[in-house]
Design a protein around this ligand. Sequence first.
Ligand code: UD1
Length: 377
Amino acid sequence: MKQLRIISVVGARPNFMKIAPFAHELALHPDRFEHILVHTGQHYDKAMSEQFFETLNIPRPDVDLGIGSGSHAEQVGRTMIAFEKVLQERKPDWVVVVGDVNATCACSITAAKERVKVAHIEAGLRSFDMTMPEEINRLVTDRLSDLLLTPDEISDANLLREGTPAAKIKRVGNIMIDTLDRNRVAAGRLDLKTVLSANNIGSADPASALNGFAVLTLHRPSNVDDGHKLKTLVSLFLELSRELPLVWTLHPRTRKQLEVSGLWKSVSESGRIILVQPLDYLEMLKLNMEAKAVITDSGGLQEESCVLGTPCITMRDNTERPVTLLENGGTSQLTGSVPDKIRHAFNRALSVQRKPFRPPLWDGHTAARIVDILSAQ
Ligand code: UD1
C-alpha cells in the first residue's frame, strides 16, 4: 500500500484538542501515513497554544507559519501566502483541516487551488448566522472539501441540503470527545484549589469557590467588544456571583476589553468572581467536571458540557451545535446576552442534577474511524 502524505493544520486554541487524537492515531500507522503538522501561528501565547502541545502530547509542528494577530483578511491572506509555499515544497496527498477558525478556511482554499485534496474534520456545522466569521469559514471549507467528516446526523442533513454529494460525507462522531475521554481521569486527579490559586489574576480568594461555583468564559466580539454591553453583562455577573461564586477564565480579548472599559476593578474586587488566566486543557476540564453550571459563548464547551452533563448557559442567539441543546437531550440552553434569560437559565441550572448525554458516535473512537476512511481513499 502506498504511504499517504498528510498535512494537517492547526491555528487557534480550539484546534489543538481536535488534532491531538488524529495525530496520535496516524502515528500508530507509520507504514501507511507520513504526517506533517503545520501550525499557522494564529494563536501564539504559551497559554493559548504551547501549553496544549505539552498537555495533550501533540507532536511539535513541523512547520510554523508565524501568522500572529491581525484583521481577518490579514490572517487569512498571510496564511494563504505562507501555506502555498508549504504545499509546493511538501506535495501532500491530503490536507486535513479541523473546525472553523481562519486557519481552517485559509488552508482549505490554498489546498483547493493547488489541487490537493482536502478533508474537513467537524464538517457540516451551521449556525445560519452570516455575521459569525466562523460560519463563513465553515461554508467555504465545506464547499471546497473532498471528504466531509461530520459529528452528527444534523450536520449530514445540512450538507445534503446544500447539494454536497452524499459520497463525500462520512459521519465519524466528535473528535473532541476522544480527547475528553482520554484526559478525564488525569483532570479528575487535579486539585481544584491548586488550579484556581495557580491561575488567579484577580484579588478574590479562590477558596470561596471550593463549596461550589459556576464557570464563565466569553470571547466573541459580539459579547465583549462593545463596552456598554460588556458593562451590562458585568453587572449581571456580579449579581449572579452573589448566589454562587463565578470562576471567569479570561480570553486575551476579554481581558483587554475589561481593562479598557474600566471594569476590571469592580470585577476583581467583588470577592465573588475569581478571575483566572487562560487555562490548560486539563485544568479547564477539571472545572467543567466540578462546576454547577457553565456560562459561555464558546462552541467546544457546549459539547464538552453535554458529555459531562454540566448545565450550559450558552450566551448566543444560535448555535451550530444543536445536538447539544436541552430540547435534543443535551445540556445547553441559548440565552443570547439577554440578562433575564441568563438569570433564568442560571437559576434553573442550580436546581437540576448533572445529566450526561452522548450523541451517537461520540464514543472516543472518532480519530480511528477517520484514519480508516483516509486509508481507504
Ligand atoms: C479565534 C477563532 C474563534 C475561536 C477562538 C478561540 C477565528 C475567526 N476565530 O478567535 O473561532 O473560538 O479563536 O480562542 O479564527 N491574542 C493573544 N494571544 C494569542 C492569540 C490572540 O493575546 O495567542 C489576542 C490578540 O490581541 C488578538 C485577540 O486575542 O487580536 C483575538 O485573537 P484572534 O486570533 O483574532 O481570534 P479569537 O478571538 O481568539
